[in-house]
Design a protein around this ligand. Structure first.
Ligand SMILES: Cc1cc2nc3c(=O)[nH]c(=O)nc-3n(C[C@H](O)[C@H](O)[C@H](O)COP(=O)(O)OP(=O)(O)OC[C@H]3O[C@@H](n4cnc5c(N)ncnc54)[C@H](O)[C@@H]3O)c2cc1C
Length: 549
């Protein structure tokens, strides 16, 4: 007999939507459990562009979606100011573009009306010379350019922040735990919880719940099928290329050969470029990136930034959008709206699905879903997520003072402040600046690329329930920079082994799995000198430790 647990609501899926719902419920005093099959935010949320924008391209067909996203972007900025960053865009207009500057400007004037909701500035039209001065990487062939103000966020960390806050407020949180069966009441067919398998220990957990919410993103049809219910999506694959460092000062629009808008944008220490948008019929648990996709994105970027191929692409991200079903439209034209479905319609009362939508509107979507769940439970507490700060988002952090006090490099302090806000002090607290005898020494950088400190790794393992080395890529961005884990994974595995009491064979298995993950992420973009450099790195750092590569 496995363990068991009883809650009012079971939320399945620890992406941004499930985590957002769990936090909302916890703030309303509703007991809930959040169950995630892998690491928090590691599915579609991690693969997103991380933009909390209204989406200029949705304005024409879906103004409501643009409005909701902009309003919610404003709320996310309020509750998690540490996790967001401004992304100024340049949109170059070339002589051969089918839409000339006048028409582009009409669209931007419309978008300007939404900017105040997300603290964005109105657009400006720049001459060719002004644009090139601002962004020397731009192609000199341009006629003119427009500015456009957007915001970005670390989507995986935002997911984790929501889930961790829910847990601090009483929610049960289980990662690496998969719902393998939905429990049904005999006769009524009511869904009354689920059986969950811990994928690391193999242990089974029974969760009894008054209501169960399916927040599994593109996996939603699969989970719904366990209750004999239907969720109709039109899943669409999206791929980004991630560059070793920033390839431009500003984000830059690019046009694909098929006329699709794409962009390259600064994201954390890197630049990202993308994204593709293609109907996906494959295995959601094995989303491969093809050479064609890489070539397609590169070709688009090269038109706006001719020097782009001189920059090293270090890995790709890929995911599948849980887009609501639509027929007869191109993928790009499909609505980004969302749905909250009560599966009483399918003979499965007590079971709901939230699907579709955008990262930028996750909080509003969660509010809507929780209103529905609370109405079914008879709970009358209002939503408080628009005004209650996420952990660390309660006040500004003086990063310079933090770096001085704990004797850490300013760059490390900045990244720590970005991920943890005011909680950065708590992360470093065990490293007291005036340590008594025997106290731990000053924090050291484990990964120089990002950078990630040993104190942060110890903190996420001890206080945030991190379970595997692979989780570190999503939770603190370990190994996703230039070294792709070659320079940091072994050290990090050693540190986690100390904190989590792993035997040597577990550390070795974690390290091998991490190296394999990074290889899968990097392989589609490796070739020639880059492949040689990658292999030398891996063999120096991992091969020398006896790993078969
Ligand atoms: C390429 C790309 C770019 C995008 N860019 C943007 C953008 O810039 N801005 C924006 O607003 N939106 C963007 N989006 C959309 C946005 O990423 C999604 O709307 C959002 O992340 C969906 O979150 P989710 O929680 O529904 O799904 P997910 O993040 O996929 O979470 C679902 C989770 O459920 C878990 N799960 C599945 N089955 C089970 C099970 N049986 N038991 C337990 N757990 C399970 C999975 O492991 C997964 O972590 C983009 C999407 C893509 C693909």
């Amino acid at each position: 007999m496995g363990r068991s647990l009883s809650v009012q609501v079971l939320v399945v899926g620890g992406g941004i939507n499930g985590a957002g719902v769990a936090r909302d419920l916890a703030l309303r005093g509703v007991s809930c459990a959040l169950v995630e099959r892998r690491e928090l935010g590691s599915g579609t949320s991690w693969a997103s562009s991380g933009m909390i924008h209204g989406g200029l391209r949705y304005l024409q067909r879906d103004p409501e979606v643009t409005l909701h996203s902009c309003v919610d972007s404003g709320a996310i900025q309020r509750i998690a100011p540490h996790l967001v960053f401004r992304i100024p865009f340049l949109m170059p207009v070339f002589p051969e573009d089918p839409i000339g500057p006048e028409l582009v400007e009409i669209g931007l004037e419309m978008y300007d009306r939404y900017q105040p909701f997300k603290n964005g500035r109105p657009h400006a039209r720049l001459t060719r010379e002004q644009a090139l001065r601002l962004e020397p990487a731009l192609s000199p062939r341009l006629d003119c350019a427009f500015t456009l103000d957007e915001w970005g966020v670390d989507a995986a960390r935002l997911s984790a922040a929501n889930a961790l806050d829910a847990a601090e407020r009483g929610a049960a949180l289980a990662t690496h735990s998969e719902v393998v069966e939905l429990l049904r009441e005999a006769g009524s067919g009511r869904v009354v919880g689920a059986r969950v398998r811990d994928l690391l220990s193999g242990e089974l957990l029974r969760i009894d719940a008054d209501l169960t919410l399916n927040a599994t993103g593109p996996w939603a049809p699969r989970l719904a099928a366990l209750a004999g219910a239907a969720v109709r999506l039109r899943p669409a694959k999206g791929v980004h290329l991630v560059f070793e460092r920033r390839v431009s000062n500003l984000a830059v629009y690019a046009r694909g050969i098929d006329g699709r808008d794409m962009f390259t944008f600064p994201h954390e220490q890197n630049s990202m470029a993308g994204t593709t948008d293609d109907d996906f019929y494959g295995d959601l648990d094995r989303i491969d990136v093809t050479e064609d996709e890489v070539a397609y994105v590169m070709q688009a970027m090269e038109r706006s930034i001719p020097s782009i191929r001189r920059h090293r692409v270090i890995h790709t991200t890929q995911g599948v959008r849980p887009t609501l079903y639509g027929f007869g439209q191109q993928e790009d034209e499909l609505s980004r709206d969302y749905a909250v479905i009560d599966h009483a319609r399918d003979g499965a009362p007590g079971f709901f699905t939230i699907a579709g939508g955008k990262l930028a509107a996750y909080r509003l979507m969660a509010e809507d879903a929780c209103d529905r769940l609370c109405a079914a439970l008879g709970v009358r507490e209002p939503c408080r997520t628009a005004s209650t700060p996420l952990p660390g988002g309660d006040a500004p952090l003086d990063v310079r003072a933090l770096a001085r006090r704990f004797r850490i490099p300013l760059a490390a302090g900045v990244r720590l402040g970005f991920r943890h806000g005011t909680r950065a002090v708590r992360v470093l607290a065990p490293c007291d600046p005036q340590p008594p005898a025997g106290a731990p020494p000053a924090p050291r950088a484990v990964c120089a690329c990002e950078p990630v400190l040993d104190a942060e790794l110890a903190h996420v393992a001890r206080a945030e329930g991190l379970r595997t080395l692979g989780d570190c890529a999503f939770r603190v961005r370990l190994g996703v920079g230039a070294c792709q884990g070659a320079g940091c994974a072994a050290q990090a595995a050693g540190l986690l082994a100390d904190v989590l009491d792993w035997p040597p064979e577990r550390s070795a298995a974690e390290l091998a799995a991490f190296a394999a993950d990074r290889w899968r992420a990097a392989a589609p973009v490796l070739g020639g000198r880059h492949l040689a450099a990658f292999e030398i790195h891996r063999h120096v750092f991992l091969g020398a430790r006896g790993f078969t590569l």
